[in-house]
Design a protein around this ligand. Structure first.
Ligand code: HEC
Ligand code: HEC
Length: 113
């Protein structure tokens, strides 16, 4: 009887640990359509890279106070740009990240030239 109790306790504990790990890894982001498969930290870094590449800040693409919202139309343009960049790298550079936002934008929201 004591062994059975211990066994059940062990089962409950390990299930709890597994559930805890799973929820820790689960993304808190709600509206990711193109940057799939990236960790939350990588997405944060990507957002800083994009802001710098376009010489702008978060609210240029985002609704103030709600990063998940698609209210700001620039966000959808950025998704299309990201898809274009990915397609170029896949089709012409064997999947290596040779093309990126700053290559065209060079610190401007609308590239010159
Ligand atoms: C050039 C436009 C652009 C800029 C600038 C930008 N973002 Fe984003 N952001 C996006 C797009 C597009 C997505 C959605 C990506 C997708 O669908 O995979 C996104 C998604 C996010 C998300 C995920 C929201 C969710 O819950 O789904 C967060 C958080 C975020 N951005 C934060 C930031 C922060 C912080 C900055 C400033 C440092 C920033 N972004 C700058 C375009 C931008
Ligand atoms: C091959 C060149 C090229 C690359 C690479 C590129 N863009 Fe663009 N992008 C453009 C051009 C050109 C425009 C202006 C289009 C127009 O005049 O309507 C633009 C416009 C935009 C706009 C709209 C700006 C506005 O205010 O109208 C956003 C947002 C944007 N790009 C984000 C990005 C992001 C994010 C990346 C990287 C994932 C990226 N772009 C990569 C060429 C590029």
């Amino acid at each position: 009887m004591k062994r059975l109790v211990l066994y059940i306790l062990a089962l409950i504990t390990s299930a709890g640990i597994v559930a805890g790990v799973a929820s820790a890894q689960e993304s808190r982001l709600k509206n990711i359509k193109v940057l799939t498969g990236m960790s939350d930290a990588d997405i944060q870094r990507q957002m800083q890279t994009w802001s710098k590449a376009l010489g702008t800040n978060c609210v240029y693409c985002h609704q103030q106070g709600d990063f998940a919202s698609d209210e700001n139309p620039k966000k959808e343009i950025a998704r299309k740009m990201a898809a274009m960049v990915k397609a170029m790298n896949t089709d012409f550079f064997a999947g290596e990240a040779k093309i990126n936002c700053v290559l065209c934008h060079r610190g401007a929201t609308v590239p010159e030239g």
